[in-house]
Ligand binder design. Sequence first.
Ligand SMILES: *Cc1c(COP(=O)(O)O)cnc(C)c1O
Length: 235
Amino acid sequence: MSIAENIQQVRETIAAACVRAGRDPASVTLIAVSKTRPVEMILAAVAAGVQHFGENRVEEAESKIPQVNVAATWHMIGHIQSRKAKDVLPLFNVVHSVDRFKLAEKLARAVVERGGRLDVLIEINISGEESKGGLPAFGWQTDPAVRAAVWDEIRQISALPGLKVRGLMTMAPIVPTMEAARPVFVGLRELRDHLSASLGVSLPELSMGMTDDYPVAVEEGATMVRIGRAIFGER
Ligand SMILES: *Cc1c(COP(=O)(O)O)cnc(C)c1O
């Protein structure tokens, strides 16, 4: 199948999940995750109507994004070392992987120097898997210490100048069936609802769902899905 056919199929799958959940398909943004893919493949996705791309490494993005050279929205979805924070700004429109205050502070300082504003999501580790990045939030529903730590961190990040916290991002663990990932997506949505209500901030975006689990993520409220292999093939 061609990249265009794959994109068509992904869009149809998103639309079907929206029908099941009573959602408007226009409320879900498809982000094509183009990490490791050559510029030609990205341009094929652009030609098929994709406007949002995700990359996970600053160095790779520095060489690829200028070459792509078309109007697109670039999403940083990978771990960012604090010393690289300033390099993110000229490349990306949205950062999904803000997972600690120290990084947020570095990004905020760079935004203020440069002028303007940066849309960010807070990456959350919902499942408690040690190998996963994200602000640790496993047990927030029942453990007051975890809850206090999560609330404090997000309150501090939200107060930084130059950053607009738009919502939350998570990665589900690798599980045998996509149904097994559902509790993680429900957990992220519930955390968003509680944070939003108690901090009095609007957090409209939920970035969740990848090739193996995005239909379930959309059923549970994803507003951004990050899809690599279903569009570009196996890495
Ligand atoms: C690679 C990656 C994706 C896309 O994964 P696929 O399984 O190829 O769809 C999504 N999100 C993040 C953070 C990634 O690193």
